[in-house]
Write a protein that binds this ligand. Structure first.
Ligand SMILES: [Zn+2]
Length: 385
């Protein structure tokens, strides 16, 4: 079973099936029901959260034989052709690969002709921010005087790159990053339907790792179907995602807190040698430390962390976790650009291990006691007494 099969099989066929974008699907359903659909929409939001899927759903809602209806039948010729991406009146343009003026010129030529069989001609332009300026100008002319049978749905991950003239012609709908819990729930449902038992914790890990993009989470799940038999555990998920063992991450964190640079360098070397990308190590540490920070904060924030490493969290006060998070987060940007990510991560972690203000309070007190303090002012006071 290929990923394509799963993705297609589970692509939402009704507005109600789109996960985590109720604010948008409700708006569109109402617009269709009240016959108030605009001529141009801008769907903005991160990748893999349902922009193109929703665009196709809107096309179906308008062109369904039973419609226009917020609940297309999914059985008529138009519904089926649109779902298969084969409808002549629903034209999808990928601006990332067709940046040029030609596609848009062709669009301008063809848009004036009535749709072949459906009510509306729907143009879905994906990654529209990639168009050249010339192409934008041509598109703008069409958006200024759209034929009554035309609907434009522009999708983008980067609305800030669009000219204001285009933005002002579109009704903008902003898609949200889907909460990990909602993605996890969907994954568990898919797994059950496919005959697998997906551990909740594993589902959550896949969802978090995909950063709110359903498509990426589905892709990882797909790999697991090929990999696991019957039950899918957290360790299976970790293996497929190329993630670090949580115990190793915990040990690495302890060595950093305890200031044991030598041990952490050896451990980090072992992890990276086992094939884990240093950037992934950094991201995983960041996620773990964030959890530790929340646990150290206590109360409701702590309750939201699942599963929590209470022992590790208790090794450092909240300020320590915050400071460590800040340093690692800054380094993550550098890591992503660096050709030597291993070196960058190693130096960052060593630096963290050597930061005296990050030592656990108890040890800091001990150092002050023995006069080995790196905080001279308080040390001076100590000597005088
Ligand atoms: Zn239909």
């Amino acid at each position: 079973m290929s990923y394509q099969v799963i993705a297609r099989k589970w692509r939402p066929q009704l507005f109600g099936e789109v996960v985590g974008q109720e604010h948008i699907t409700t708006t569109l359903r109402n617009a269709v029901a009240r016959d108030r659909v605009g001529h141009a929409y801008l769907f903005a939001g991160p990748r893999g959260v349902g922009k193109t899927t929703t665009a196709r759903l809107l096309a179906k809602a308008l062109n369904c034989v039973e419609g226009p209806t917020p609940d297309p039948c999914n059985t008529c010729e138009h519904c089926r052709a649109i779902a298969a991406g084969a409808d002549v009146d629903v034209i999808e343009i990928d601006a990332a690969s067709n940046r040029g003026i030609d596609e848009i010129r062709a669009l301008r030529e063809n848009v004036k002709f009535a749709p072949a069989g459906a009510r509306y001609k729907v143009y879905i332009i994906d990654e529209v921010h990639m168009l050249t300026r010339e192409a934008f100008n041509a598109l703008l002319k069409t958006l200024e005087e759209p034929p009554p049978h035309a609907l434009f749905i522009l999708a983008t991950t980067d609305p800030d790159k669009l000219p204001p003239t285009i933005l002002s012609r579109c009704q903008q709908l902003t898609f949200r990053r889907i909460p990990a819990e909602a993605v996890a729930e969907l994954l568990e449902r898919i797994a059950a339907e496919e005959g697998f038992l997906l551990e909740s914790e594993a589902a959550l890990m896949l969802a978090r790792s995909a950063g709110g993009a359903v498509r990426d989470a589905e892709s990882a799940l797909e790999q697991l179907f090929a990999f696991a038999e019957g039950e899918i555990s957290v360790e299976d998920a970790r293996a497929v995602l190329g993630k670090v063992d949580r115990e190793q991450l915990g040990a690495l964190s302890r060595e950093i807190i305890e200031g044991d640079a030598a041990a952490l360098v050896v451990r980090l070397g072992g992890i990276v040698d086992s094939g884990v990308d240093p950037r992934v190590v950094a991201e995983e540490l960041l996620a773990l430390w964030r959890d530790c920070f929340l646990v150290a904060l206590g109360g409701e924030a702590a309750a939201a962390v699942q599963p929590a490493d209470d022992e590790l969290a208790a090794l450092s006060p909240t300020e320590g976790w915050l400071a460590r998070l800040a340093v690692l987060r800054r380094s993550l940007g550098e890591l992503k650009l660096s050709r030597q990510p291993r070196l960058v991560l190693e130096l960052t972690l060593v630096e963290l291990a050597r930061m005296p203000e990050l030592l656990p309070v108890a040890e800091l007190a001990e150092r002050l006691e023995t006069g080995a303090s790196e905080a001279p002012r308080r040390g001076d006071v100590k000597k005088k007494t």
